[in-house]
Ligand binder design. Sequence first.
Ligand code: MN
Length: 265
Amino acid sequence: MDRRKVLSTSGAAAVAALAGCASGAGAPAMGSSSSRAVFSVAQPMLPIAGSSEMFPVRRIYCIGRNYAAHAREMGSDPTREPPFFFQKPSDAIQFVAVGTTADHPYPPLTKNYHYEIELVAALGKGGKNVSVDDALALVYGYTIGLDMTRRDLQRAMGDEKKPWEIGKSFDHSAPMGPLHRVADVGHFTKGAITLKVNGVVKQSADLNMMTWSVAEQIAKLSQAFELMPGDLIYSGTPENVGPVVPGDVMQGSIAGLPTLDVKVV
Ligand code: MN
Protein backbone atom coordinates (compact mmCIF):
# COMPACT_ATOMS: atom_id res chain seq x y z
CA MET A 1 0.00 0.00 0.00
CA ASP A 2 1.24 3.52 -0.81
CA ARG A 3 1.33 5.13 2.63
CA ARG A 4 1.72 8.65 1.25
CA LYS A 5 -1.39 8.21 -0.83
CA VAL A 6 -3.39 7.04 2.21
CA LEU A 7 -2.22 10.00 4.30
CA SER A 8 -2.97 12.50 1.58
CA THR A 9 -6.44 11.02 1.02
CA SER A 10 -7.24 11.12 4.73
CA GLY A 11 -6.04 14.73 4.95
CA ALA A 12 -8.29 15.71 2.09
CA ALA A 13 -11.25 14.01 3.76
CA ALA A 14 -10.60 15.84 7.02
CA VAL A 15 -10.40 19.19 5.25
CA ALA A 16 -13.63 18.40 3.41
CA ALA A 17 -15.36 17.53 6.69
CA LEU A 18 -14.20 20.77 8.33
CA ALA A 19 -15.25 22.80 5.30
CA GLY A 20 -18.66 21.13 5.48
CA CYS A 21 -19.05 22.12 9.11
CA ALA A 22 -17.89 25.69 8.55
CA SER A 23 -20.14 26.30 5.55
CA GLY A 24 -23.27 25.30 7.42
CA ALA A 25 -24.72 24.53 4.00
CA GLY A 26 -26.76 21.56 5.12
CA ALA A 27 -23.80 19.25 5.72
CA PRO A 28 -25.08 16.10 7.42
CA ALA A 29 -24.16 16.03 11.10
CA MET A 30 -22.70 12.53 10.91
CA GLY A 31 -20.75 13.16 7.68
CA SER A 32 -20.93 11.14 4.52
CA SER A 33 -19.84 7.54 4.43
CA SER A 34 -16.57 8.54 2.79
CA SER A 35 -15.59 11.16 5.39
CA ARG A 36 -13.23 10.32 8.22
CA ALA A 37 -13.08 11.50 11.81
CA VAL A 38 -10.14 13.79 12.56
CA PHE A 39 -9.42 11.73 15.67
CA SER A 40 -10.98 8.79 17.44
CA VAL A 41 -13.07 8.97 20.63
CA ALA A 42 -13.19 5.94 22.89
CA GLN A 43 -16.51 4.10 23.17
CA PRO A 44 -17.21 3.53 26.89
CA MET A 45 -17.73 -0.17 27.57
CA LEU A 46 -18.41 -2.44 30.51
CA PRO A 47 -17.07 -5.99 30.79
CA ILE A 48 -19.74 -8.69 30.97
CA ALA A 49 -19.22 -11.17 33.79
CA GLY A 50 -18.63 -14.70 32.55
CA SER A 51 -18.04 -13.55 28.98
CA SER A 52 -15.20 -12.21 26.86
CA GLU A 53 -17.64 -9.74 25.27
CA MET A 54 -18.07 -6.10 26.22
CA PHE A 55 -21.23 -4.02 26.67
CA PRO A 56 -21.00 -0.67 24.83
CA VAL A 57 -22.55 2.15 26.85
CA ARG A 58 -24.70 4.79 25.16
CA ARG A 59 -26.35 6.98 27.81
CA ILE A 60 -26.53 6.92 31.59
CA TYR A 61 -29.90 7.93 33.02
CA CYS A 62 -30.31 8.36 36.77
CA ILE A 63 -33.57 8.58 38.70
CA GLY A 64 -33.79 11.02 41.62
CA ARG A 65 -35.28 10.41 45.07
CA ASN A 66 -36.57 6.90 44.43
CA TYR A 67 -36.59 5.66 48.04
CA ALA A 68 -39.04 7.47 50.33
CA ALA A 69 -36.64 7.85 53.26
CA HIS A 70 -33.96 9.31 50.98
CA ALA A 71 -36.48 11.75 49.50
CA ARG A 72 -37.26 12.90 53.04
CA GLU A 73 -33.59 13.38 53.95
CA MET A 74 -33.18 15.49 50.77
CA GLY A 75 -36.02 17.68 52.01
CA SER A 76 -38.74 16.64 49.57
CA ASP A 77 -42.13 15.01 49.83
CA PRO A 78 -41.86 11.25 49.34
CA THR A 79 -45.37 10.87 47.97
CA ARG A 80 -45.50 9.08 44.67
CA GLU A 81 -44.89 12.10 42.45
CA PRO A 82 -43.81 11.28 38.89
CA PRO A 83 -40.19 10.11 38.72
CA PHE A 84 -37.57 12.55 37.43
CA PHE A 85 -34.28 11.83 35.74
CA PHE A 86 -30.90 13.37 35.03
CA GLN A 87 -27.93 12.06 33.05
CA LYS A 88 -24.29 11.42 33.59
CA PRO A 89 -21.94 11.30 30.59
CA SER A 90 -21.06 7.73 29.64
CA ASP A 91 -17.34 8.50 29.91
CA ALA A 92 -17.86 9.23 33.62
CA ILE A 93 -17.81 5.46 34.18
CA GLN A 94 -14.97 4.19 36.35
CA PHE A 95 -14.92 0.43 35.88
CA VAL A 96 -14.07 -1.52 39.02
CA ALA A 97 -13.05 -5.16 38.52
CA VAL A 98 -14.43 -7.76 40.92
CA GLY A 99 -11.98 -8.58 43.71
CA THR A 100 -10.07 -5.32 43.34
CA THR A 101 -10.26 -2.00 45.18
CA ALA A 102 -10.11 0.83 42.68
CA ASP A 103 -8.49 4.14 43.49
CA HIS A 104 -11.18 6.78 43.02
CA PRO A 105 -9.97 10.39 42.70
CA TYR A 106 -11.53 12.93 45.06
CA PRO A 107 -12.92 15.47 42.59
CA PRO A 108 -12.16 19.19 42.46
CA LEU A 109 -14.36 22.03 43.75
CA THR A 110 -16.27 20.12 46.44
CA LYS A 111 -16.02 20.06 50.23
CA ASN A 112 -18.92 17.62 50.67
CA TYR A 113 -18.43 14.55 48.48
CA HIS A 114 -21.20 11.96 48.86
CA TYR A 115 -21.74 8.30 48.05
CA GLU A 116 -25.05 6.95 46.72
CA ILE A 117 -25.20 3.17 46.27
CA GLU A 118 -27.54 2.07 43.48
CA LEU A 119 -28.68 -0.87 41.39
CA VAL A 120 -27.88 -0.17 37.73
CA ALA A 121 -29.94 -1.73 34.93
CA ALA A 122 -28.39 -2.07 31.46
CA LEU A 123 -30.63 -2.16 28.40
CA GLY A 124 -29.95 -4.58 25.57
CA LYS A 125 -33.02 -3.43 23.62
CA GLY A 126 -34.64 -0.05 23.11
CA GLY A 127 -38.12 1.30 22.69
CA LYS A 128 -40.58 4.18 22.94
CA ASN A 129 -43.68 4.21 25.13
CA VAL A 130 -42.80 0.82 26.60
CA SER A 131 -45.45 -0.65 28.90
CA VAL A 132 -44.54 -1.64 32.45
CA ASP A 133 -45.36 -5.25 31.57
CA ASP A 134 -42.92 -5.24 28.64
CA ALA A 135 -40.20 -3.14 30.29
CA LEU A 136 -38.02 -5.81 31.89
CA ALA A 137 -37.67 -7.58 28.54
CA LEU A 138 -35.42 -4.65 27.54
CA VAL A 139 -32.93 -5.32 30.35
CA TYR A 140 -29.74 -7.13 29.38
CA GLY A 141 -28.14 -7.15 32.80
CA TYR A 142 -27.44 -5.44 36.11
CA THR A 143 -24.54 -4.14 38.11
CA ILE A 144 -23.78 -2.15 41.25
CA GLY A 145 -23.01 1.52 40.76
CA LEU A 146 -22.08 4.51 42.83
CA ASP A 147 -23.76 7.79 41.89
CA MET A 148 -20.96 9.93 43.33
CA THR A 149 -22.19 13.43 44.06
CA ARG A 150 -20.62 16.79 44.85
CA ARG A 151 -23.48 17.49 47.26
CA ASP A 152 -22.52 21.07 48.05
CA LEU A 153 -22.49 21.98 44.36
CA GLN A 154 -25.70 20.04 43.62
CA ARG A 155 -27.50 21.83 46.48
CA ALA A 156 -26.16 25.26 45.52
CA MET A 157 -27.31 24.82 41.93
CA GLY A 158 -30.68 23.46 43.06
CA ASP A 159 -31.17 26.46 45.34
CA GLU A 160 -30.58 28.73 42.34
CA LYS A 161 -32.86 26.64 40.09
CA LYS A 162 -29.88 25.79 37.89
CA PRO A 163 -28.96 22.38 36.40
CA TRP A 164 -27.32 19.68 38.54
CA GLU A 165 -24.52 18.82 36.10
CA ILE A 166 -21.65 20.18 38.12
CA GLY A 167 -22.81 18.22 41.16
CA LYS A 168 -23.60 14.95 39.40
CA SER A 169 -22.04 14.64 35.96
CA PHE A 170 -18.30 15.10 36.46
CA ASP A 171 -15.34 12.88 35.53
CA HIS A 172 -15.21 9.46 37.27
CA SER A 173 -18.59 10.09 38.95
CA ALA A 174 -19.95 6.67 37.96
CA PRO A 175 -17.90 3.83 39.50
CA MET A 176 -19.44 0.48 38.64
CA GLY A 177 -18.69 -3.21 38.40
CA PRO A 178 -19.08 -5.62 35.46
CA LEU A 179 -22.51 -6.35 34.03
CA HIS A 180 -24.24 -9.53 35.08
CA ARG A 181 -26.57 -10.91 32.46
CA VAL A 182 -30.24 -11.43 33.28
CA ALA A 183 -29.74 -14.90 31.81
CA ASP A 184 -27.30 -15.58 34.67
CA VAL A 185 -28.70 -13.62 37.63
CA GLY A 186 -32.36 -12.88 36.84
CA HIS A 187 -34.07 -9.58 37.66
CA PHE A 188 -33.64 -7.60 40.87
CA THR A 189 -36.96 -6.57 42.39
CA LYS A 190 -36.01 -7.21 46.02
CA GLY A 191 -32.97 -7.95 48.14
CA ALA A 192 -30.55 -6.13 50.41
CA ILE A 193 -28.65 -3.09 49.12
CA THR A 194 -25.86 -1.87 51.40
CA LEU A 195 -22.97 0.56 51.47
CA LYS A 196 -20.16 0.37 53.99
CA VAL A 197 -17.47 3.00 54.57
CA ASN A 198 -14.33 1.70 56.29
CA GLY A 199 -16.28 -1.41 57.29
CA VAL A 200 -19.16 0.50 58.94
CA VAL A 201 -22.66 0.14 57.42
CA LYS A 202 -23.90 3.55 56.22
CA GLN A 203 -26.72 2.73 53.81
CA SER A 204 -28.89 -0.35 54.25
CA ALA A 205 -32.25 -0.98 52.61
CA ASP A 206 -34.11 -3.37 50.34
CA LEU A 207 -34.60 -2.96 46.59
CA ASN A 208 -38.34 -3.52 47.17
CA MET A 209 -38.44 -0.11 48.89
CA MET A 210 -38.01 1.74 45.60
CA THR A 211 -40.85 4.19 44.95
CA TRP A 212 -40.71 3.36 41.22
CA SER A 213 -39.57 -0.15 40.23
CA VAL A 214 -37.00 -0.65 37.46
CA ALA A 215 -39.85 -1.67 35.14
CA GLU A 216 -41.78 1.50 35.98
CA GLN A 217 -38.66 3.62 35.49
CA ILE A 218 -38.10 2.17 32.03
CA ALA A 219 -41.74 2.76 31.10
CA LYS A 220 -41.62 6.39 32.29
CA LEU A 221 -38.23 7.13 30.70
CA SER A 222 -39.39 5.72 27.38
CA GLN A 223 -42.18 8.29 27.24
CA ALA A 224 -39.61 11.10 27.31
CA PHE A 225 -36.74 9.52 25.34
CA GLU A 226 -36.40 6.75 22.82
CA LEU A 227 -34.44 4.18 24.77
CA MET A 228 -31.66 2.39 22.93
CA PRO A 229 -29.45 -0.66 23.44
CA GLY A 230 -26.49 0.44 25.57
CA ASP A 231 -28.47 2.72 27.87
CA LEU A 232 -27.86 2.38 31.61
CA ILE A 233 -30.30 3.37 34.34
CA TYR A 234 -29.20 4.15 37.89
CA SER A 235 -32.29 3.19 39.90
CA GLY A 236 -31.89 5.53 42.87
CA THR A 237 -30.29 5.38 46.29
CA PRO A 238 -31.67 4.57 49.74
CA GLU A 239 -31.43 6.92 52.72
CA ASN A 240 -28.34 7.82 54.73
CA VAL A 241 -26.17 9.21 51.98
CA GLY A 242 -23.09 10.87 53.41
CA PRO A 243 -19.58 12.19 52.85
CA VAL A 244 -16.27 10.50 52.14
CA VAL A 245 -12.75 11.94 52.24
CA PRO A 246 -9.45 10.73 50.81
CA GLY A 247 -8.41 7.46 52.46
CA ASP A 248 -11.99 6.19 52.92
CA VAL A 249 -12.80 2.75 51.51
CA MET A 250 -16.34 2.17 50.24
CA GLN A 251 -17.88 -1.25 49.70
CA GLY A 252 -21.21 -1.48 47.90
CA SER A 253 -23.24 -4.67 47.89
CA ILE A 254 -26.50 -5.96 46.47
CA ALA A 255 -27.71 -9.46 47.33
CA GLY A 256 -26.77 -11.75 44.45
CA LEU A 257 -23.92 -9.62 43.03
CA PRO A 258 -20.23 -9.37 43.92
CA THR A 259 -19.22 -6.32 45.95
CA LEU A 260 -18.01 -3.02 44.49
CA ASP A 261 -14.88 -1.79 46.26
CA VAL A 262 -13.50 1.71 45.89
CA LYS A 263 -10.91 3.74 47.81
CA VAL A 264 -11.07 7.53 47.68
CA VAL A 265 -7.63 8.98 46.95
MN1 MN B 1 -28.55 8.85 42.76
